[in-house]
Design a protein around this ligand. Structure first.
Ligand SMILES: Nc1ncnc2c1ncn2[C@@H]1O[C@H](COP(=O)(O)OP(=O)(O)OP(=O)(O)O)[C@@H](O)[C@H]1O
Ligand SMILES: [Mg+2]
Length: 481
């Protein structure tokens, strides 16, 4: 009879159920692994063998067949080591036959039998909970998995610890969720002298989740102001925090189970490739647009990005998700982000006006700006000219208002908008602006079918069972109505 252990395969941030079935049959001693695994999965056999040897256990002198079902679902990564090892142990009778029926397992094995941390523990734990199962995961991933609501988590340091737990000789205690962090300190808007129009535009963009472009000569403070945007944005709501953390978990960016309440602010360099921005590559990983989900993607020196890379952002800007096409599957990642960009008016920097104006104006300016396509620019709601900062501006005393005052106005504006959207949803007859109440990266233009039904962030990457509301005093909840 075959033994069976449940694990998961990642498709985007969705964790799909995979059954690891192991059967021992008579015949030549051989370990076969089937079920559309990649190279890391194929190498599991060697790590499992070595981990058994590390524990002083002999592999059965039989033909071992391990099948990862469903066989047509592609499987990537090293987290199949632990479920395969546990299924072999169950087939050998080392574990009681029904010990693992209520658990899913994931983890990479080292050669001495330790279980090494893996990425994706949070979505795996959420998926296991949805299947009515607990999750056995590496000790290093336990604090991250523990954020997944009431899913039972068993965080084991080694294969022998799992065996001892199920044989009742050494019970493992459930892990605690990691800390909730506030993110890095953001510089204050008070440092920016003058530039009142640009600062006002930044505040409006923060309040409405609008895409924003600063255009101006070098040294006018464009990058400086953009870097201050995270300080104006409200913290992530519990639902947004879960969505964003799922993406960061799959990308392996959650350290020691610590989640960050501050909205992501991603600043890819202009040499970034299309795959780096939208996701993909040899092993599919979320790109910058997905790592900026529910936050800001800042593209400094916009025309210096390759036009192919920029145009690949048009679809996620429109739909709030990105679809990466692979040879054998399409992978979806959430990508609802606010775009902030900065550019000089021309290659020489100064554009065609004022002191130090470009000698090749207006040709130089036109050529430079032609590098960014019209449809891409069409997706940027606020396009602001930032004038050069004068010596007189720099000599001014620090402005009376800084990040704290602007952030308070932003929070108030967002609350008003959320209330207005809620009233409209309740049928008070007031006209609803397209995308109202959805921040950031709201739908861009009116039109039927652009907005998703309320509460649906695309496909299945939301789960409302997570224990992500330990800080109810963290400010108003900006959940979409
Ligand atoms: N309005 C301002 N108030 C105070 N300091 C400023 C201001 N504008 C620029 N600076 C100073 O100049 C430096 C350069 O500014 P910043 O890098 O933001 O310019 P930029 O517009 O992004 O230029 P570039 O086009 O070369 O990227 C800042 O670090 C800051 O010290
Ligand atoms: Mg700059």
């Amino acid at each position: 009879m075959a033994s069976r252990v449940v694990t998961v395969a990642f498709q985007g941030v969705e964790a799909r159920r995979v059954d690891v079935e192991v059967q021992l049959t008579g015949g030549e001693m051989k370990f076969m692994l089937v079920g559309l695994g990649d190279k890391a999965v194929a190498e599991s056999r060697e790590r499992v063998r070595a981990a058994f040897a590390g524990l002083g256990l002999a592999m059965p002198s039989k033909r071992i067949i391990a099948n990862l079902a469903p066989a047509d679902l592609p499987k990537e990564g090293s987290h199949y080591d632990l479920p395969i090892a546990l299924a072999v142990m169950a087939a050998m009778g080392i574990l009681p036959p029904d010990a693992l029926t209520e658990w899913a397992a994931m983890g990479e094995l080292s050669l001495d039998g330790r279980i090494v941390g893996i990425s994706g523990a949070l979505p795996a734990a959420v998926a296991a909970g949805a299947m009515g199962l607990g999750l056995i995961c590496p000790e290093a991933s336990g604090a991250e998995a523990a954020w997944a609501g009431d899913t039972r988590i068993l965080a084991a340091p080694s294969l022998i610890a799992v065996v001892n737990h199920f044989r009742g000789t050494q019970i493992l205690s459930p892990p605690k969720p990691g800390p909730m962090m506030d993110g890095e300190r953001v510089p204050d808007l008070r440092d920016v002298k003058g530039q009142e129009n640009a600062k006002r535009a930044l505040e409006i963009a923060a309040a409405g989740g609008h895409n924003l472009l600063f255009s101006g000569p070098p040294g006018s403070g464009k990058s400086m102001m953009a870097a201050r945007l995270p300080g104006l944005l409200p913290p992530l709501s519990p639902t947004e925090l879960l969505e964003t953390s799922m993406v960061h978990s799959v990308a392996g960016l959650i350290a020691k189970g610590a989640l960050t309440r501050t909205r992501p602010f991603r600043t890819p360099h202009h040499s970034a490739s299309m795959a780096a921005l939208t996701g993909g590559g040899l092993k599919v990983k979320p790109g910058e647009v997905s790592l900026a989900h529910n936050g800001v993607l800042f593209l400094d020196e916009l025309p210096e990005f390759s036009s192919q890379a920029l145009d690949s952002l048009r679809q996620p800007l429109e739909t709030g998700e990105v679809v990466v096409a692979r040879a054998n599957a399409h992978v979806r990642y959430p990508a609802r982000f606010q775009l902030v960009a900065a550019q000089n008016p021309c290659k020489c920097g100064m554009g065609g006006a004022g002191r130090g104006a470009c000698g090749r104006a207006p040709r130089c300016q036109t050529d430079y700006q032609m590098k960014v396509s019209g449809p891409f620019m069409d997706r940027i709601d606020l396009q602001i000219d930032v004038p050069p900062v004068t010596a007189a501006d720099l000599a001014l005393p620090a402005p009376a208002e800084g990040t704290a005052e602007a952030a308070a106005r932003v929070a108030l504006a967002r609350q008003l908008q959320a209330d207005r959207a809620a009233d409209t949803a309740n049928g008070d007859g007031a006209p609803q602006r397209p995308g109202a109440g959805r921040f950031p990266g709201k739908d861009r233009r009116p039109g039927p079918g652009r907005s998703r039904p309320a509460g649906q962030g695309g496909r299945g990457w939301r789960a409302d069972r997570a224990r992500l509301d330990p800080h109810p005093a963290a400010g108003p909840d900006y959940r979409r109505p």
